[in-house]
Design a protein around this ligand. Sequence first.
Ligand code: HSE
Length: 405
Amino acid sequence: MKVAVMGYGTVGSGVVEVIESHDNVITKRTGGEPLEVAHILDLRDFPGDPHEKLFTKDFNDILSDDEVRVVAETMGGVEPAFSFTMKLLKAGKSVVTSNKELVAQKGLELLEAAEESGANYLFEASVGGGIPIIRPMSQCLAANNIEGVAGILNGTTNFILTKMIEEDMDFSDALKLAQDNGYAEKDPTADIEGFDACRKVCILASLAFGKHVYPNQVATEGITKITLEDVAYIHSIKGVIKLLGQIKYISDDKIAAFVSPAVVQHGSQLASVNDVFNAILVRGDAVGDVCFYGPGAGKLPTASAVVADMVDAAKHIERKKIFGWGAGSEDYVVDYKSTIEMPFYVRAKANKVKIQAIFGEVKFLSRIGQPSDEVAFITDRMTENALDNKLAGVDVINIIKVTNY
Ligand code: HSE
């Protein structure tokens, strides 16, 4: 079967490589039909690339090729990926994607277009890189009411935090290394400010609870405020700091969803997830906690998931896969700061007496080199708004959520 690839960056070139290098296994898994890359769309030139004859700068070459039934969109960004994907789906071609920004922003419209034309829109690679999570969430856990999801969803930030914690590496050196390894987004702000994890939270929340969640509904905080001092305090209570996406079921009409650094205790399955690895812990009412772990970014792991979707789309060319969700609403995602209670780690310029006067008995933390006018402590469970009220007159240095996952 002829296929096409749109976007020949890290993931797209990996897709072409995997299709070629895994020809035998792919042909077996499609039921005897090899995948043949007929077009590669990219505006850039790739002189000397062995696929030179396949390159095109004109999207219509793919759209008008009736033999192309499955297209991988690995361009990233909303436009022109959205317009191209919409046209392909309307033309009855199946599209598979690693583009989490597009699925998070426009997934509902694209899934509806696929529904109408009978094509498939598949996005296993959009969350967790090479980790199987979209199908397990929507199929294998289908018997459960999902109570919550917590995930380390961004490989770049997990890589940076690991290098900072374990090798004392500078933030910018660790980021550069993540970029060199092909983990980071084109604009790595999306990684370090949490936007990439936010998009993945939107996709997981939409799948888990059946209503579209948009990025602007998910409160998002990145890792730029995390310091080695915070790491040392948290280490003293056998914890680590991770960038977590968290989703909580409240009722059929309400969920909470947020992305932030979080303290994870050493016993948690998430605590030992290091480097570029991601893990997604899903809490179901029948199954309990299940954790999906693996490489969360990178050329071949992500390509592995994209090509698996291409195989699935090729196998189901005349059949519709049941994936998707319905419309969300503005008030569907609650303001977690006024609703969700949890303990917090607080670091402040203050003395213990003042903190005890405000919070009562709290757990104080210590670190080597702690200045005499600095305290760090873990609060009781409370909402973030209640915490902010209590801290109104305190010179706060940092606040980090403590998770129960
Ligand atoms: N920049 C992303 C990450 C790529 O680091 O996780 C995979 O989605």
